[in-house]
Design a protein around this ligand. Sequence first.
Ligand code: F6R
Length: 241
Amino acid sequence: MKVIVTKNYEEASDVMFKEMKEYLVAGKVLGLATGSSPLGLYARMVDDHKKNGTSYKDIKTFNLDEYVGLPITHPESYYAFMHTNLFNHIDIPEENTHVPSGLGEDLEGQALAYDKMIEENPIDIQVLGIGSDGHIAFNEPGTPFDSITHVTDLLEPTIKDNARFFDFDMNKVPHQAVTQGIATIMRAKKIILIATGENKAEAVKAMVEGEIQEACPASILQKHDNVVVVVDESAAKLLNR
Ligand code: F6R
């Protein structure tokens, strides 16, 4: 696991983009995340597309997760998030983008089909954030390391963290999500994770230096042979450096 410490969020986003840039070529499969952390990276990808003409026509994307029960037109659905912050501003064909569906009768069946699709389109580079409780995607503490894409209940710290997107009302935050599993994420050939701000410091320490255990889902990344963790000074403040 390579850890890069930057001065601030902007510099962290620059490093994320540098890691991503060589993958922005025809035939690559990108694994994407939502949340605040990758916004700087996506802004840089949009900028690069506009200024340098980098094309996404032959690139495919697979997102990590989606809330259960939110229509895709809901501004906080991850489908809408990806379109607002990236897909609408680059030349990627809609059919090349994949966000798991949180709607329908057979969510578990759909989740399995999504996992299979990723198996058939192996992810070259996966973008990750980390929750303050150490979750990656919506794999909460205690999720088995061998899990694949599945439906999950969100735990209170995550519902609390995400209430900021739902008028600070925890009751408005969906309590379930469809998420790539930990084994699914570990299949990506390369992983780049960004964490900034003091509220991520404990999770970053547990991920980088803690015991590899299901109580800290992100700790499994220590076992992946191609991971770059990009953190700012605040998120790195508990690391032994
Ligand atoms: C989002 C996701 C989550 C976030 C995490 C951090 O697709 O999978 O695991 O990466 O909750 O969220 P932010 O970046 O908003 O702090």
